[in-house]
Design a protein around this ligand. Structure first.
Ligand SMILES: [Zn+2]
Length: 146
């Protein structure tokens, strides 16, 4: 059964749900919901996965959720630096500190129609932090979430 072949184990609810022997039940863990801290609006949703060199990841439901919410969706492959010591955090011009040791291969996917050959773009940790901050700054809020 495919659901037993995941490399990464989910939390206990995920594992429990996957153990149900009813193939008509569908379930995913939505990995990432980036939101605006002031208004609570969802800025994007994302699927995250450690990069293994294979440009494949099932993102069908993540893309569907993003389209329903009318927000972007990303596939974020992360490449951690293997370090045993606490990383030396770096500082952006705006005063934000971040861990520079992570690198990424990221594709914007809400309108993508496949689960492989994503149009991946390389990001350093600094570049992705700046992208996250830009998404927050450019957010045009028209919600009543406050
Ligand atoms: Zn908002």
């Amino acid at each position: 059964m495919a659901r037993n072949n995941y490399f990464n184990r989910g939390d206990e609810y995920s594992e429990w749900h996957r153990s149900i022997e009813d193939s008509s039940l569908g379930y995913i863990d939505l990995d990432c919901v980036e939101f605006h801290k002031s208004c609570g609006c969802v800025l994007f949703v994302a699927e995250t996965c450690r990069w293994t060199g294979k440009n494949y990841k099932n993102t069908t439901l993540t893309r569907k959720i993003a389209r329903k919410l009318e927000v972007p969706a990303y596939l974020i492959f992360y490449i951690p630096h293997n370090h045993t010591e606490t990383p030396n955090f770096l500082r952006l011009e705006n005063g934000c500190y971040y861990d520079p040791t992570m690198r990424f291969k990221i594709a914007r996917i809400e309108n993508f129609n496949y689960n492989s050959n994503y149009p991946l773009q390389d990001y350093s940790a600094r570049e992705w932090v700046q992208h996250l901050q830009e998404a927050r700054v450019l957010h045009k809020c028209n919600s009543n979430n406050i």
